[in-house]
Design a protein around this ligand. Sequence first.
Ligand code: SF4
Length: 254
Amino acid sequence: MTSLLERKSAATGATAQSAPAAEIPALPAAAALNESLRSASPADVISVALRTVGRDRLALVSSFGTESAALLKVMADVDPAIPVIFLDTGWLFEETLTYRDTLIAALGLTDVRSIPPSEDALKGEDPDRELWHSDPDACCRIRKVEPLARALQPFDAWINGRKRFQGGLRADIPFVEDDGARLKFNPFANASRADIEAIYASAKLPPHPLIASGFLSVGCMPCTSRATANEDARAGRWRGRAKTECGIHTMKTS
Ligand code: SF4
């Protein structure tokens, strides 16, 4: 794939060996796009992403977790055929797989791609399925980060559902960033928890089945626990460890 950097350079003629600039339109800088979207709605952000790179070069990454339906609903209203990448780590709750299928049907999503880890990586690095315990960063790398990097290869930009109110490394995310290889759109960067709940209510979106069992945020089975109402929603993820992110938002995905 032509990298974002190469595409930018093609516009300025800085890399003459790159594909001709006339065939590959330059992408705008993330900072300029971010500035222009400061007052935009989540739907506007997705529409701009679509116009900027085109549907064939844009993907949305979703965990089909407890808040995922809101972003998928906004996306479906803009264009339900935008490719959706779902990382099927091999450790997901059956309820999450069912919820994926429920939302595909409810929202009319036409291009959801379930991406498994590499068989070679599983055999070589996690033959006993205990890597989540001994080295969770390595487990996330082979089950999430590397599969996402492969899945994003055809794309120049991706959309995700992080919000600033989730805190931690997410507290200062912009609407648009450059992840080193692609544009990365965060339509809900400025959304509040009430905004997300309002989308669920107005669209009558089905809740993730595990919310009723006390799970506020849902990831892989070994690394997800219930959280109390007084805790941060992500407190149940990797409980007891310093780890707060799987790596797909902190590592370069190319
Ligand atoms: S969240 Fe846990 S089980 Fe899932 S990939 Fe990461 S370490 Fe492995």
